[in-house]
Design a protein around this ligand. Structure first.
Ligand SMILES: [Fe+2]
Length: 168
């Protein structure tokens, strides 16, 4: 049984869960897309953390430190939830960039523009997660709904904190 459970082909995975296989596959796809967005945002947050300059340097450098650590944990939690419902976690940076709702990093040299972009990206991921939560609730996957709902809160908080740095 243990060996069966470790198989990475969900078609063969004899998982007995309250959620139907087709619904688990659908949720895994939505979580995979959320994982892609989270991964791209993680990288962008790190990039701005490294390269920010100017009067906002310290505030942005410190805040993005907290935020990329939170995103790193979220990446792991979402990927492991995909595994827990019997599906292979999507991998590959090209795939993430393709599936992400957040645009990949491009050069930005102004701290305010960095903050605005990250704030908008967090809202975008929150909106994406809200759609996934609705689907998880429809098929009664309460754990997935709970995990993703918590992530909505984290993204909205991140967006608030970023925007608060630049309010005049
Ligand atoms: Fe750092």
């Amino acid at each position: 049984m243990t060996i069966e459970v470790l198989k990475t082909n969900y078609e063969d995975l004899p998982i007995r869960a309250g959620v139907e296989r087709k619904d688990r596959k659908m949720l895994a796809e939505l979580m995979g897309q959320a994982l892609a967005s989270t991964y791209v945002l993680y990288h962008k947050t790190h990039a701005f953390h490294w390269n920010v300059t100017g009067p906002l340097f310290y505030s942005v450098h410190k805040l993005t430190d907290d935020q990329y650590n939170d995103l790193a944990e979220a990446i792991d939690d979402i990927a492991e939830r995909i595994r827990a419902i019997g599906v292979v976690a999507p991998t590959g940076l090209k795939r993430y960039i393709k599936e992400s709702r957040v645009d990949d990093y491009t050069d930005v040299d102004d701290a305010v523009a960095m903050v605005l972009q990250l704030g908008k990206d967090h809202q975008e991921v929150a909106a994406q997660l809200r759609e996934a939560v609705k689907e998880a609730e429809k098929v009664d996957d309460v754990y997935t709904a709970d995990l993703l709902t918590a992530r909505i809160g984290a993204h909205e908080e991140a967006s608030w904190m970023l925007n608060s740095l630049i309010v005049q």
